[in-house]
Ligand binder design. Structure first.
Ligand code: ZN
Length: 216
């Protein structure tokens, strides 16, 4: 995807966000992209201790990967339209059960200042509010970033990210069921660290949901 496709996105919003094909009617994502990407599931081994499982919508490849990376690293905020239609299609809302709060995985203060927004908010916030879910943008605070994470082994990742998140001061979540949302689930180290902190702060149960994952 390049500048041309982005321009097309803005001028013709009824194009598939994955491949740019003009959609005449029906859903936003084209059948070809969905066939390739759509894989809603509970991720195997996502019950990592404090986190009681994480669901995901798509495989982390092709058009959805482009949309996530564009929103995350290239300030292509118009890509945010790609996500609500996928949340609409997610078949396991009932199976997940109800949750009291939705809390995004936060960016560090430095990264937030540099990027100007948390891409996770652009993916989930409006949709959650439209569905009367309590979205707590700053429920968790990130102490520092974990830049070197991609060079580490799975065990090292879990170790490296420990204690990275703190609950927002004064926020009471005692006995509450919480859904953590993020863009991509890789090893689950980030989600587990968030869940650990929320359970420490008294949450009753913590589950996760991400847009995409390369994990099975
Ligand atoms: Zn497409």
């Amino acid at each position: 995807m390049g500048l041309f496709e982005d321009l097309i996105d803005i001028i013709y919003p009824s194009t598939c966000p994955g491949c740019g094909k003009v959609m005449e009617s029906g859903g936003l994502w084209c059948e070809d992209c969905l066939k390739h990407l759509w894989d809603p599931r509970l991720i195997n081994s996502s019950n990592t201790g404090h986190l009681k499982g994480c669901y995901t919508l798509c495989r982390y490849e092709g058009g959805i990967r482009e949309c996530i990376i564009g929103l995350k690293y290239s300030s292509r905020k118009e890509k945010k339209r790609a996500f609500p239609p996928l949340l609409d299609r997610f078949p396991y809302w009932d199976r997940m059960g109800s949750f009291d709060y939705v809390i995004p995985v936060p960016l560090s203060k430095q990264k937030m200042e540099k990027r100007g927004y948390n891409q996770v908010d652009l993916m989930f916030e409006d949709w959650m509010e439209r569905h009367h879910k309590s979205y707590m943008k700053n429920g968790l605070v990130r102490i520092r970033s974990a830049e070197t994470q991609s060079l580490l082994s799975r065990t090292e990742r879990f170790e490296n990210i420990k204690g990275l998140f703190h609950i927002q001061k004064g926020l009471s979540i005692t006995g509450k069921t919480i859904l953590i949302v993020d863009d991509v689930y890789t090893t689950g180290a980030t989600m587990e660290s968030c869940a650990h902190e929320l359970m420490r702060a008294g949450a009753g149960k913590v589950m996760g949901l991400t847009i995409a994952s390369g994990a099975t």
